[in-house]
Write a protein that binds this ligand. Sequence first.
Ligand code: TNX
Length: 523
Amino acid sequence: MLPCLDGRNPTEEVRMSPTRIIPQPTEQRIAGSAAPFTLIVSSRILATDAAASVAGYLAGILRPSTGYPLPIVSPVDGDVAGPADIALHLDLADSSSLGAEGYTLATSEAGASITAATPAGLFYGVQSFRQLLPPEVEKHSVQSVAWQATSATLTDRPRFAWRGAMLDVARHFFSVPAVKRYIDEIVLFKINTLHLHLTDDQGWRISIPGRQELTGIGASTAVGGGSGGFYTEEDFASIVRYAADRFVTIVPEIDVPGHTQAAIAAYPEIGLPGSSTAVYTGMEVGFSSLDVHADATWQFLDDVFRSVASQTPGPYLHIGGDESHTTPPEEFPEFIARATALVAAHGKIPIAWHEAGRSEGLAPGTIGQYWDYATPERNGAELAASFIEQGGSIIFSPADVSYLDITYDESTPIGQAWAGGPTTVQSAYEWEPTDVLLGVPEDRMLGVEAPLWTETVVTSADIDYLAFPRLAAVAEIGWSNKDNRTWADFSARLALWDPRFTALGIAAHRDDPTAGLAPETLE
Ligand code: TNX
């Protein structure tokens, strides 16, 4: 039993998790009597060829901090795992019980083993295993620590297929190493999708062959007048590969028909007649629009969608569709119908923000991303239902609970305060997708995604501070059984994560432990 560490409600009866793992595993037991697993200098990682890349990833975590050689060995006949070894087993027979991403993990004095039907499942087993080891395992220099893991048995698989993070690289540009850093961080919490918001009024961030002005002019700015930037085709390919090696699908977003000032500055013929052709560095939204009826617009979109589709191996292409306040309202549905059809023609599944539900002509199966509030009092629900009626499903990103750019409290130095904000860690945790849009069947709920808009976010340290720990909260909603989650338990596990965030070099936000306490309870 863990102590209840949240300090807010010490009398509440809670069944505490046996381990500190986030997201909460489906089933876990600790064998109180069994001795822990111990990693020693002669430990080995046993893995067949198909599991070798996950074994390499695990070794990459363990070797720098333990200083142990940890050879990866392919088990040959008669080579059995010893009590200090870690064995990775791929067993297709387990796919019916573990699914495409599940795993079992067992640690004890008899050894450590992870079993899954797929390399992705093994990877998630590795994420749980590292959390059973002391936090110093996350450091990059040799630490003098007893490398013990609690004796535990876990069987774990995700609730939702889509567990996403979104990074806005348009308002401020983030370099390839900064994006890779974020990928390494999000996978700690078993996030499997990184949606990159690649274009907006303030910048165009991906190279499109034959459309040089997009990067020549469109990429030259950022919010506040910074110098911008963009990904070359090689840069983007290297992000996609890095993500794929960590079982993360990259979802590119080209936001149209609004949020397009950078593209219009580059190619004025695609803007609404009378549009400004200047680059833009402010923070207002909703003023720009493509011209729905111009041939130039459709030639442009064909070039862009073709190129982005070919640069992205994943099945999705996001077309935005949010806040297009200057697109003539009667033309917006037609625009969305045509744009989703074009994405489908280039072989990708279209995704759009929920406003696109105004169109009754969505390409079949178009996915809606709901960003209105979690409290069901606003109009987004009807728009989301439109995707369901047209054969699609829904990704949940309610702005008031899952937006990582909203401040935590009045003292947060960066971030925005709209969307019912501030958004505490507790409110990022205490919501449930099935309560947000009544009437959406659970099999049409693809999952959850936490967007990070970057109007006020400039550095990796800024990303870390706003994303952590709230992304961990949303990740648990996406992965864990809903009947298995309580804030008291989550916050206790989060408190145990503090030294791990520090060891990882993530300066996460920490709640003021006195917040919300009545003055008389304070010293
Ligand atoms: C709304 S939510 C936006 C973004 C802003 C964000 C700021 C959505 C689909 N659009 O353009 O960056 O608010 O929080």
